[in-house]
Design a protein around this ligand. Structure first.
Ligand code: FBP
Length: 550
């Protein structure tokens, strides 16, 4: 264990809040709602999940731990990208299990789902859990991106759980991991394995949410870290008055992070990929819009500003999306030939083989971006958008557009840029009070779901804009969040990803004020996350949640 900082030491003593329903421990009284349906494709989902489909929504209220409960062993897995608060989910799960029976034991599978397949696990004890309370990161047991989806993997999972006497698994992950948790729950039920599976909603990207899952954990903290940094850039820009800062923000697909950071800091421009796709904006149009904001400010003597760019943007610009789709096929079909080429060689090779329209779009991109678009794909065949320097591409293209505008006498300012990418800076931050409480509650509540004998459920803690005593704890059948989507040419049941809704309150508010922010210097400086101090400073909720729940 590495040395700990003064803040970490003080923070370790923080006692996260729990929903009122869990105040007597994880033995809860359970109210069942009516049978449920999936969000779409009900017949197909019902056919794919005959054992778990239709389970009711569960709502908990305080119970008493009077029943005889034999001690059980439980496994926990962290899956996918790091998100602040993961350790508190495990701490909550540990405490919840102990409240059911002090003899219950918790095993952490190492390095993500791979640990389950390879049977690598450690027992988590009071000491090992205490060392990680209220800390960021996933280093307690590690994480990984292996997908649990094949029957061979499921058979190994069953074998390894049984050999360790594990009768319940908690999978902490995003939409894909929770989809797979549900498939595993179905498999275990169909095989009478007697192993329960419970999911917990994780991802800084904020795209695992719906009527029942108010937020994915980690979004709050990550956005606060990025907003602090953006606020600092705003202050610097407004002090030096000589740079335009182009900031790319993590979020593989949805623009929730970029939107939340915009709401927290009031930049001069923020792109929302979902709007770009809905309006079928071209790259040229996006560049033109930013250039006109720069020109309007420059003509007023304000040669500085802030532009926020969502990480996933390129995949939402229709003409670039087409290029990427063609490139994916091209790179896969010509893997042997392409492997020998350097980055520029790959880009030139691809340029010669794309369709006329995509070839023209591709050639118009800066050389660096052409090379990055030909980089290796991730294990699922996706472009690794975090490696594409969209912020640099836009800064360069806006600069070129401004030169043209200058020649046309439409612009008379100066344009110097700085570029940034904020992603990893926030993924492992110590959780804010919101995430520390929310995560602990999700984990404790997962223990309650196990105690109630349920499987195929996601731990749900709602009403989080209110005091913790009023939070609603319960379980949502994962099949309820599913629809069928075409993935790599095959129809698959998946949890529906939540993109930014253009009709939703956060985007509508942003759209109503962005013209003012564009021209005026209306920056807000949120400052660093505060863990101690007045509640209005320490216990804030995201602007997204505030606007959604208003
Ligand atoms: P999850 O969806 O697994 O939570 O990961 C989110 C994320 O942080 C994205 O925002 C980002 O695109 C991606 O992970 C980067 O992952 P990696 O560092 O593994 O390339």
């Amino acid at each position: 264990m590495s040395p700990i900082s003064a803040l970490q030491r003080a923070r370790a003593a923080y006692a996260p809040k729990l929903p009122g329903a869990l105040k007597n421990g994880a033995a809860v009284a359970v109210a069942e709602g009516a049978a449920t349906k999936s969000v779409a494709d009900c017949d197909k989902i019902a056919a794919l999940f005959p054992k778990t489909y239709g389970s009711p929504v569960l709502t908990f209220s305080p119970g008493e731990n009077t029943a005889e409960r034999s001690a059980i062993n439980v496994g926990v897995i962290l899956s996918g990208g790091q998100a602040p608060g993961g350790h508190n989910v495990i701490a909550g799960l540990f405490d919840g299990l102990k409240s059911l029976n002090p003899g219950n034991r918790l095993f952490g599978f190492l390095k993500g789902p791979d640990g389950l397949v390879r049977d690598e696990a450690v027992e988590l004890t009071a000491d090992s859990v205490d060392a990680y309370r209220n800390t960021g990161g996933f280093d307690m047991i590690g994480s990984g991106r292996t997908k649990l989806e094949t029957p061979e993997q499921f058979a190994l999972a069953e074998k390894h759980c049984k050999s360790r006497g594990i009768s319940a698994l908690v999978i902490i992950g995003g939409d894909d991991s929770n989809t797979n948790a549900c498939v595993l729950a179905e498999y275990f039920k169909a095989h009478d394995s007697g192993i329960q599976v419970i999911g917990c909603p994780k991802t800084i990207d904020g795209d695992l949410k719906n009527e029942w899952i108010e937020a994915s954990f980690g979004f709050d903290t990550a956005c606060r870290v990025y907003s602090e940094l953006i606020g600092n850039l705003c202050r610097d820009a407004n002090s030096a008055k000589k740079y335009w800062h182009f900031v790319k923000l993590m979020g593989r697909s949805a623009s929730h992070i970029a939107l939340e950071c915009a709401l927290q800091t009031h930049p001069n421009a923020a792109i929302v990929s979902e709007e770009v796709a809905a309006e079928k904006q071209t790259l040229g149009e996006i560049v033109g819009k930013i250039a006109s904001i720069v020109a309007a400010r420059g003509n007023a003597g304000l040669n500085f500003g802030i532009v926020l760019v969502p990480e996933g943007l390129v995949e939402f610009i229709p003409d670039i999306k087409n290029v990427i789709a063609e490139l994916n096929d091209l790179l896969a079909a010509n893997a042997a030939e392409i492997e020998k080429l350097d980055a520029l060689g790959k880009a030139d090779f691809a340029a010669g083989k794309l369709s006329a329209a995509s070839g023209a779009t591709f050639k118009a991109l800066p050389e660096g971006i052409r090379k990055q678009l030909c980089n290796d794909r991730d294990p699922h065949g996706n472009v690794q958008v975090s490696l594409i320097e969209t912020e640099k591409m836009l800064a360069e293209m806006v600069g070129n557009r401004l030169k043209e505008m200058k020649a046309e006498n439409a612009y008379k300012g100066k344009f110097a840029t700085q570029t940034h990418f904020f992603g990893y800076e926030g993924r492992c931050a110590a959780p804010s009070n919101y995430d520390a409480d929310y995560c602990y509650a999700l984990g404790y509540n997962a223990a309650a779901l196990i105690g109630a004998g349920r499987t195929g459920y996601m731990s749900s803690v709602r009403n989080t804009t209110k005091d913790a005593a009023e939070w609603i704890a319960g379980g949502i059948p994962i099949t309820m969040m599913m629809n069928v989507e075409r993935r790599h040419g095959v129809d698959k049941p998946v949890i529906r990803k939540a993109l930014v809704e253009l009709s939703g309150a956060p985007f509508r508010y942003f759209a109503s004020v962005r013209d003012k922010w564009a021209i005026e210097t209306d920056y807000v400086y949120p400052g660093p996350i505060q863990y101690f101090g007045p509640s209005e400073v320490c216990d804030q909720i995201t602007k997204t949640l505030e606007l959604e729940k208003k």
